[in-house]
Ligand binder design. Structure first.
Ligand SMILES: *Cc1c(COP(=O)(O)O)cnc(C)c1O
Length: 438
């Protein structure tokens, strides 16, 4: 290891604190953190000059690949003008353009208003606060509870975390948050008592990412829309992960012709270049904040509608059109499906594969169908092994997540799956032979 790299690693271990990370393991002397220094298309390069396919789109954010000339140019052009100006008391051209462009995706001005914030959690946070304040200002203060789905994930800020259904992440904080009831599915929602106290139902449409790529049954979303409408409950869609083409359409909700009351967008909004989020609402929600001055939505972040983020988002939307991103997806989704099938056919350790558009999960289990003991950390080991073969991704438990930039080619999908296959073999087949597991 060269001196420069050793110095970066020493500083990281001494001064950084990483998300969702057991720091003792991270800072252990035998652990060499992967230092990523550059990117080009779906490829990332580390400080040793080794190249990897970015198999999880840099934590589900990247859409058109890294260092894309048009995205870089759009951000640079804005940077030469001004990096940031306040959206509190002022406006700027790109935010005006971007909100108009986002509204165009929804027919008849059905989701006409966009409130900008910084990341997925704050997009949810805004929706929750708006939903509660709307009820207070429209004579329904008793509607102050939320319903979420078991094992869902909506972010880590306090409000978003109180909706979180993953016990390991969120149970410690339950008592500090909002009143949220959790249901497994639509039937459990229908059976809930006190639905007249519910302000909104929050769901990740079509697929729950952090819940090991759990795909909802087809039609569930449109039924949920119908039911919430009947009950006077707002439907809050978390498309932080599914938005911007990930599922095969621009937004997941379009696959079931659903328009929610709140739509939360983040990760792919800037194509994975800058932190920015949007909460889109129906005009009637927005109208609930009119009238008295104190009816305003007293909420905002310093970097709301950051011009660099808006520049990236607008350039990304342009690329969707000029590069025919959505038009090219069906062939890629098909190729991904075949790659998953082949992997499952050739590796008995693959218990199940799940796919929604360009989002895939590969769940590994023991031969008898029971999960591996969690202490073995099989998913983590397989991803680490796949890294040696040129693929970066992270598991959720023992499900290997493959969620590449939409710009990935069929050849690059094949390279990724070769790395996953080699990773599985290295950890499970060779490991069993060498008696290094169990
Ligand atoms: C990532 C994610 C979030 C949180 O977004 P952050 O930008 O990490 O705050 C919320 N919901 C879903 C579905 C996500 O995948």
């Amino acid at each position: 290891m060269n001196e420069q790299l050793a110095d970066w690693i020493a500083k990281d271990k001494a001064y950084c604190w990483h998300p969702f990370t057991a720091q003792d393991t991270w800072t252990a002397s035998e652990h060499e953190p992967l230092m990523l220094v550059s990117g080009d298309g779906v490829w990332l390069e580390d400080a040793h000059g080794k190249r990897y396919i970015d198999g999880n789109s840099s934590i589900w954010t990247n859409i058109h690949g890294h260092a894309h000339p048009q995205l870089n140019a759009a951000i640079s052009a804005q940077l030469a003008k001004v990096a940031h100006t306040s959206f509190l008391g002022y406006s700027h051209p790109l935010a005006a353009e971007l909100s108009a462009r986002l509204a165009e995706f929804f027919p008849n001005s059905s989701l006409s208003r966009t409130f900008f914030s910084d990341d997925g959690s704050t997009a949810i946070e805004c929706a929750l606060k708006m939903a509660l304040q709307y009820r207070m200002q429209t004579g329904q203060p008793e509607r102050c509870e939320f319903v979420a789905f078991i094992n869902c994930y909506h972010g880590d800020t306090m409000g978003a975390a109180s909706l979180g259904g993953v016990e390991a992440f969120f149970s410690r904080f339950r008592k500090f948050g909002m009143t949220v009831r959790f249901v497994r599915d639509l039937d459990e929602l229908r059976a809930l008592e006190g639905l007249d106290r519910v302000a909104g139902v929050v769901i990740e449409p079509l697929v729950q990412g952090v819940n090991q790529i759990h795909v909802w049954p087809q039609g569930m979303l449109s039924e949920l829309r119908e039911f919430t409408q009947e009950q006077g409950i707002h439907l809050i869609l978390d498309e932080v992960m599914t938005g911007f083409g990930r599922t095969g359409t621009m937004f997941a909700c379009q696959q079931e012709q659903v328009v929610p009351d709140f739509l939360c967008l983040a990760k792919g909004l800037t194509a994975g270049y800058l932190p920015m989020a949007a909460t889109m609402v129906r005009e009637e929600i927005y109208d609930g904040f009119s009238g008295e001055r104190e009816n305003a939505f007293y909420y905002g972040h310093s970097y709301t509608a950051n011009p660099l983020g808006c520049a990236a988002a607008l350039a990304s939307l342009d690329l969707f059109t000029s590069d025919q991103v959505l038009e090219l997806l069906p062939a890629k989704i098909n190729h991904l499906q075949q790659a998953l099938q082949q992997l499952a056919d050739s590796h008995p350790e693959v218990w199940q594969t799940r796919q929604c558009g360009m989002i895939a999960g590969i769940e590994l289990r023991q031969a008898d169908g029971s999960p591996y003991p969690q202490a073995l950390r099989i998913g983590e080991k397989v991803c680490l092994a796949a890294r040696e073969f040129g693929l970066l991704t992270r598991p959720v438990l023992d499900t290997i997540v493959f969620l590449p930039p939409l710009s990935i080619t069929s050849e690059e999908i094949d390279l990724s799956f070769a790395a996953i296959a080699q990773g599985i073999t290295a950890v499970l087949s060779d490991g069993r032979k060498n008696n290094t597991i169990e």
